[in-house]
Design a protein around this ligand. Structure first.
Ligand code: CTP
Length: 403
């Protein structure tokens, strides 16, 4: 949702101003066009030149600078912007906004802004909790300004509490979700995604599992949320940052994942099962650690439930998409799974292909449909595979279901 969006980034004078540099870079990488406006105090922390180099635009710093990229700059910037993001937003700018004070370029552009505004407050906890700040933020919220909740943690003043500027990565996701909810093509859809591996305990320290980083499923959940969907992520074991704007249920075993999927299945419009599910579990997990002896050890394994097959059997109007991880006969094996699990599409994955694999950031997949049609994609980032999958889901699959 950030691609092609015009964002004015207002940077005010807090120690977290340095994080706005990374934020600018991340917004640019996500495809946004970013113009930075700085207050005088912000320039004490970071030089405008840094933002100019990263944003590719002159940095607006003063009503009287005379070197503006836009004429009548405060009005032109407000008209240009699809979104005005203030990060960090100090108590001072929040107070000025709440009272309509326009005494520098940043506050004047904000007053002229008719489009959406997001504030990322960052300040000492006592200042954040001061009744004046609380009242100002409440007034702004009532006027339609969106406030991203500050993070908690160690503050520059050596105290621990609320008031930290969230990490730039999270601010970008917040903005992405905000733009998605306000016009994303998946707005109104409920999508459940599973990701990561399930683990079946052998004893308190060992388990049977699959190799899976969870990156593919997490990329799908993140992309769907940024396009406006209401996303529930059922995660197995992963070592990944929780994606912003996504509800998450964490599970360990296949039974737990099945239970979470079944409880939420009826409410869903779409289910995408990217999880690597352990197909077998020890018949009995021992309560104490198994000590090694001289003899070979045999484990008796029983089958776990096939979650996707159960969802396929119970399917009503949901669009059901599975993954197939194969090492041979990719298309043939994947096609069998479509029928067996009553799927609308399968994403077939040759895990031996260069650029595919479990921990890779890229993937090489083929989309296969119930009528046998195969759509191969070239090697691409998992984030791009996620976007293509959602594109196909929203366009082709709806048409398929109508037939
Ligand atoms: N799956 C599942 N529950 C299982 C096994 C697999 O929900 N117990 C789902 C996976 O999430 C995936 C699809 O089924 O979307 C195919 O998984 P895969 O491991 O490729 O195939 P299996 O059905 O397990 O068959 P096989 O291991 O024989 O290839």
């Amino acid at each position: 949702m950030l691609k092609g969006k015009k964002i004015v980034l207002g940077v005010t004078g807090g120690i977290a101003a340095y994080k706005a540099v990374d934020l600018t870079s991340r917004l640019k990488k996500a495809g946004a066009d970013v113009c930075v406006v700085m207050t005088e105090h912000a320039q004490e922390f970071v030089r405008p030149l840094t933002f100019k180099e990263i944003s590719g635009h002159k940095v607006a710093t003063s009503m009287w600078a005379g070197n503006a990229e836009f004429s009548v700059e405060h009005i032109a910037l407000a008209k240009w912007a699809d979104l005005y993001l203030v990060a960090p937003a100090t108590a001072n700018i929040i107070a000025k906004m709440a009272h309509g004070i326009a005494d520098d370029l940043l506050s004047t552009t904000l007053l002229a802004m008719k489009g959406p505004v997001i504030l990322c407050p960052a300040m000492n906890t006592d200042m954040l909790e001061n009744q004046a700040t609380v009242a100002n933020l409440t007034a702004l919220r009532h006027r339609g300004v969106t406030v991203m909740p500050p993070a908690e943690g160690m503050l520059a003043c050596d105290t621990v509490g609320g008031g930290r500027l969230p990490e730039p990565r999270d601010i970008v996701s917040f903005v992405d979700c905000f733009l998605g909810e306000n016009g994303g093509d998946l707005a109104g859809l409920k999508i459940m995604v599973t990701a990561g591996e399930t683990q079946e305990p052998v004893d308190p320290v060992r388990f049977i599992g699959n190799r899976s980083s969870g990156k593919m499923g997490y990329a799908i959940a993140k992309a769907a949320a940024s396009r406006g969907a209401d996303v529930l992520l059922i995660a197995g074991s992963v070592n990944l940052h929780d994606p912003f704007g996504v509800k998450i249920i964490k599970t360990v075993t296949t039974e737990e994942m099945l239970d979470a999927c079944l409880k939420n299945y009826d409410k869903m419009d779409v289910v995408i099962k990217a999880a690597a599910v352990a197909d077998y579990r020890p018949a009995k997990a021992t309560p104490q650690k198994i000590k090694k002896g001289d003899e070979a050890l045999s484990l008796s394994l029983v089958k776990t439930p096939d979650i996707l097959a159960e969802l396929g059997a119970k399917k009503k109007d949901q669009i059901l998409i599975g993954f197939a991880a194969e090492t041979e006969n990719l298309i043939e094996n994947a096609k069998k799974k479509i029928g067996k699990k009553n799927l609308d599409m399968i994403v077939a994955n040759d895990i031996t292909a260069e650029g595919a694999g479990f921990n890779a950031d890229t993937n090489v997949v083929r989309f296969i449909f119930p009528d046998g049609k195969v759509l191969p994609l070239e090697k691409m980032d998992k984030a791009d595979v996620a976007e293509r999958l959602l594109d196909i889901m929203i366009a082709d699959l709806r048409a398929y279901r109508k037939k």
